[in-house]
Design a binder for this molecule. Structure first.
Ligand SMILES: NC(=O)c1ccc[n+]([C@@H]2O[C@H](COP(=O)([O-])OP(=O)(O)OC[C@H]3O[C@@H](n4cnc5c(N)ncnc54)[C@H](O)[C@@H]3O)[C@@H](O)[C@H]2O)c1
Length: 454
């Protein structure tokens, strides 16, 4: 019996040709350097791309859509979806520190020195371009490598010239931007963010509510380059820029890479909910000592992060639909800057749950994670999938990439999905759709094709 629900179509995606540029605002940071060094290490066979769905993930396809009709299932995603290869990536970007990627990798203290030394040749020739930076938006940080301009529009134009120059210099066919810069202070959407016209006027008039991250996003979208936002600040997530992305037919995605504690939450909470176990409280605390931790030590940057981290449980538990289980749960998130830990974050979760007849129980999670080790494969996947979206003529908000974000951006009128398993289904359904394959109904009627947690 057929388990498919939608029509079969021809693949809509052009095969990638030539080199793909990956532009990273925040190029000297822990995440960017771990990503860039990691890609070079994988290319040299010095490590495996663990954590990357594009490199290690598999997907089930209907028999007629497999490379060899009726062949093995599941198939490697990278074998059946036209993604750029690692050898076609050229990384660059901007930072307020001028260090080469080699020096910045050493300073980030994520990867071992011996590995970085083996990659010295590849990393030493990568320099960040001068940044667009305003101290008001990142209070605990400053650096010397900054652009000078009279207006925010001038800054945007300088960034566009950088993008064009980088493309020419490296003979690139396409580019994507992934924001890996510091978390900016908390901002509400203001009038200047609401339309392209108002935003452009604001750029020309130096409106104080336009953050550097949104100037990068504007420059990228205006240049036809997809933009993904790895931090919780507004960046591309304002109506003016979603409007611009629609007009320019550019894909957008955001926001805030889902790694560490929030990833764990969106893995565990769906299980608790699916067994109809109640929750009366979820207390999360972290210690971390990298530069990101230092930036988040400023209360306004922390507020941006807090808002992003808080939203996931509301969606998964849906207290309105499950009032007897989740209407009164207390959720608290803390981040504490503790320099001795560097990038080795430690996260604790105490979950107060209740079961049959309301009897209380507790779950404790102690996650000793390496933030940037979890974030680097997310940057890689986003770069490759955003490029895939662009070649597939998908534009505007790419909700199918919610899998990678703490606060997924969604189109008008839609609510974000946080459950990581539903997010994976969405992502794979989009890949099947782009391949011209059917989506599966998960009815349990055909065991070869139904479960796709491969
Ligand atoms: N697991 C993770 O590591 C993780 C998860 C979710 C989100 N994030 C977010 O990703 C971002 C990067 O994290 P990180 O650990 O690499 O931080 P980091 O502090 O090591 O790196 C950030 C870099 O951005 C640079 N920067 C700041 N403002 C800039 C600007 N306007 N233009 C260009 N460069 C600028 C800084 O100089 C720094 O080198 C942060 O916003 C963080 O909150 C990280």
């Amino acid at each position: 019996m057929q388990t498919s629900t939608t029509q079969t179509r021809k693949s809509v995606t052009e095969a990638p040709k030539g080199k793909l540029g990956v532009l990273l605002p925040g190029m000297s940071g822990a995440v960017s350097t771990t990503f860039m060094a990691g890609v070079e290490a994988v290319k040299k066979g010095l490590g495996a791309p663990v954590g990357s769905l594009t490199q290690l993930g598999k997907i089930r396809l209907s028999p007629e859509n497999r490379p060899k009709e009726g062949g093995a299932n599941p198939c490697m995603i990278k074998d059946v979806i036209p993604l750029s290869g690692l050898s076609d990536l050229v990384c660059g970007g901007w930072d307020i520190f001028p260090d080469t990627a080699y020096k910045a990798s050493l300073k980030a203290r994520v990867l071992e020195r011996a590995l970085i030394e083996e990659l010295k040749g590849e990393l030493e020739n990568k320099f960040p371009m001068p940044a667009v930076f305003e101290r008001e938006f990142v209070k605990n940080l400053d650096g010397p490598h900054k652009k000078k301009a009279k207006t925010k529009m001038d800054y945007a134009e300088q960034l566009m010239a950088d993008i064009e120059g980088f493309k020419k210099e490296n003979d690139l066919k396409r580019l994507v931007t992934v924001w890996c810069g510091s978390t900016e202070v908390f901002q509400k959407i203001k009038d200047v963010h609401t339309t392209v016209e108002k935003f452009e006027r604001g750029l020309k008039e130096n409106d104080p509510d336009i953050a550097p991250s949104s100037i990068y996003a504007y420059a990228s979208i205006f240049s036809g380059v997809p933009f993904a936002n790895g931090a919780p600040n507004l960046g591309c997530g304002i109506p003016a820029l979603t409007e611009l992305a629609e007009t320019k037919k550019v894909p957008l995605a955001g926001k805030d890479f889902k790694t560490g504690q929030t990833l764990m939450k969106t893995i565990i909470a769906p299980g608790i909910r699916s067994r109809k176990i109640g929750v009366s409280g979820w207390f999360s605390t972290n210690i971390l000592g990298n530069r990101d931790g230092e930036v988040l030590d400023d209360p306004m940057s922390f507020k941006t992060k807090e808002e992003s981290k808080m939203s996931v449980l509301e969606d998964i538990f849906d207290p309105e639909a499950n009032p007897e289980l989740y209407s009164d749960y207390y959720h608290k998130v803390r981040i504490n800057y503790y320099p001795p830990r560097g990038d080795n974050k430690e996260a604790w979760d105490n979950i107060d749950i209740f079961g049959w007849l309301g009897y209380p129980m507790q779950i404790k999670i102690n996650f000793l994670c390496k933030d940037s080790i979890l974030a680097a494969p997310v940057v890689l996947d986003l770069a490759l999938f955003m490029d895939l979206a662009s070649r597939s003529n998908l534009y505007g908000v790419q909700e199918w990439l919610s899998f990678y974000f703490k606060s997924p951006m969604v189109g008008n009128g839609l609510t974000p999905v946080h459950d990581v398993f539903l997010q994976l289904i969405k992502l794979k359904d989009m890949l099947r759709h782009l391949r011209g394959d059917v989506t599966f109904a998960h009815l349990g009627l055909n065991y070869e094709d139904i479960y796709d947690l491969s």
